[in-house]
Design a binder for this molecule. Structure first.
Ligand code: SF4
Length: 486
């Protein structure tokens, strides 16, 4: 690849920027360089060696010191798109089209680094704390890079990056968005600010930090679910439980769980809109206090006790959906809630709420469209690739990680970046994101879909003639050859 340029320069033609690279230097993306007058991909292509019984963590990708350049080992190998390079304009075949034999089946893997303009990151942040209103703009270094999207169960969701921020705004917005996306994909921490909302520090696979405080627990469920889970364990030890939650605040004796247990009403009245018995919406504003509300003092949501129903001495627990906030009260003669020492049996259930909370994590999914010209690197009839993927004849992976391909038109895929090798993502200054992608199928299926058969190379040839970095395959991801070779 690469054209001869002016003296001592080579022209990189791996993307539309067409850098002229001087001897010993790299191009604008630092992915290609001029070494001894030859355009060379700076990083070696990543190759996986299947070793069973290794740890299932991504850190189980173990780098071997060197490949001896000789025979293919007994363990199967898979050539990934990481470090494979790109072909532009896309009518050229992909950089690696590799044949190998697995479980007695002739397979082929088409390997490339896709350049994606239409791509984004969907970020799931396990927290009940209020991060900002839906649709609020998310900023990085002052630039708009995404927005808050629909909250999910126990998690707040962000949509970051995307074509409009990459190329639809100012140059600075595009550059900052591109850097942010690359960092997110490469599991580095990024700092974000949500308009009228929280400051965040997030990294894939790590606990989110909201307004400088590291989140520890994901809620066990909404307030109603918490009542349902623990009602029986509270029964006999308390006369009322209020589980404070930004979504549904639960009141045990009104809730169906309390009724089924035959618990008498406590007479408590709380703020908020009653949804169904024992389930209240909007008891407070969203915030970073109890259960994702702005409550600092739980008594602020209790309006009164019905004197006809309540009785002095009533034992009341107020608790959040993670168990991190909990207070115990006893009603005095005037039916006022007086703080009291929490009985051991009650504390044990509060602790069990905490025990049942999963660790709060940040999950980062890369979402990208591979249904465009990238397909021409695979076949001269691109729609056949799309159809073959939908027909499950082709297994699509990103850096060996399994992807979910959306139904409907195109090849819109999603992949968990923590299942990909570290530093899988790059960028080019157009700006766009570079990410590895592999298409694996049986060799006859590749021929049938119009594949570039004259460019198929045996894996032995790749091993002998290319610079490769060998990682051991852990048990985290299914072996990409599995589908066709099984
Ligand atoms: S930005 Fe990178 S890929 Fe694009 S032409 Fe320059 S060196 Fe090549």
């Amino acid at each position: 690849m690469g054209d001869a340029g002016s003296a001592h320069k080579v022209v990189c033609n791996a993307c539309p920027v067409l850098c002229q690279i001087s001897e010993g230097r790299t191009g604008a993306c630092d992915r290609w360089g001029n070494f001894n007058g030859v355009l060379t991909r700076v990083d070696p292509v990543v190759l996986f060696k299947k070793v069973t019984g290794t740890a299932g963590e991504i850190t189980g990708f173990l780098e071997s010191p060197e490949w001896d350049g000789g025979v293919v080992p007994e363990a199967p190998v898979f050539v990934s798109g990481v470090g494979s390079g790109t072909t532009y304009p896309d009518y050229k075949p992909a950089p690696f089209i590799v044949s190998s034999r697995h479980a007695g089946v002739d397979m082929v893997t088409v390997v490339t680094e896709g350049i994606f303009s239409y791509c984004s990151f969907k970020v799931k942040i396990d927290t009940d704390r209020w991060l900002g209103p839906e649709q609020a703009t998310v900023r990085c270094r002052g630039e708009a890079v995404g927005h808050v999207t629909t909250a999910e169960y126990g998690s707040q969701m962000l949509s970051l990056g995307g074509v409009h921020h990459l190329t639809g705004g100012t140059k600075k917005e595009g550059r900052v968005t591109c850097e942010l996306m690359m960092d997110l994909g490469n599991r580095k921490p990024v700092e974000l600010e949500i308009e009228s909302g929280a400051r965040l520090s997030i990294a894939a696979g790590r606990a989110p930090i909201v307004n400088g405080v590291e989140e520890k627990r994901m809620r066990v469920g909404c307030g109603s679910a918490t009542i349902g889970i623990f009602a029986q364990q509270w029964h006999g030890h308390v006369d009322e439980v209020v589980v404070v939650d930004d979504h549904i605040t639960g009141v045990l004796t009104e809730h169906q769980a309390g009724r089924c247990l035959g618990m008498p009403a406590s007479g408590i009245k709380i703020k908020g809109k009653k949804s169904t018995p024992g389930r209240y919406f909007q008891v407070a504003k969203p915030g970073t206090g109890w259960g994702g509300t702005d409550i600092k003092n739980p008594l602020s949501i209790v309006t009164a006790f019905d004197p006809k129903v309540a009785r002095p001495g009533g034992r009341i627990l107020m608790v959040s959906t993670t168990g991190e906030d909990a207070e115990f009260f006893v009603l005095d003669e005037q039916l006022k809630m007086i703080p009291a020492a929490m009985p051991e049996r009650v504390r044990a259930v509060v602790e069990r709420i905490g025990e049942n909370c999963e660790p709060a994590l940040t999950t980062v999914l890369f979402l990208a469209g591979a249904g465009g010209s990238l397909r021409a690197g695979v076949t001269d009839n691109p729609v056949r690739l799309t159809r073959s993927i939908k027909d499950l004849l082709v297994n699509v992976t990103c850096g060996g990680a399994p992807v979910y391909v959306w139904p409907g038109g195109g090849i819109t895929l999603m992949v968990d970046v923590t299942r990909m090798p570290e530093n899988s993502f790059g960028s080019v200054p157009t700006p766009a994101i570079v990410a590895p992608i592999e298409f694996t199928m049986r060799l006859p299926d590749y021929q049938a879909l119009g594949g570039h058969m004259d460019r198929v190379r045996a894996v032995e040839d790749v091993l002998k003639n290319e610079r490769v970095r060998v990682l051991s395959w852990g048990d985290l991801n299914p072996w990409p050859m599995g589908r066709g070779a099984a």
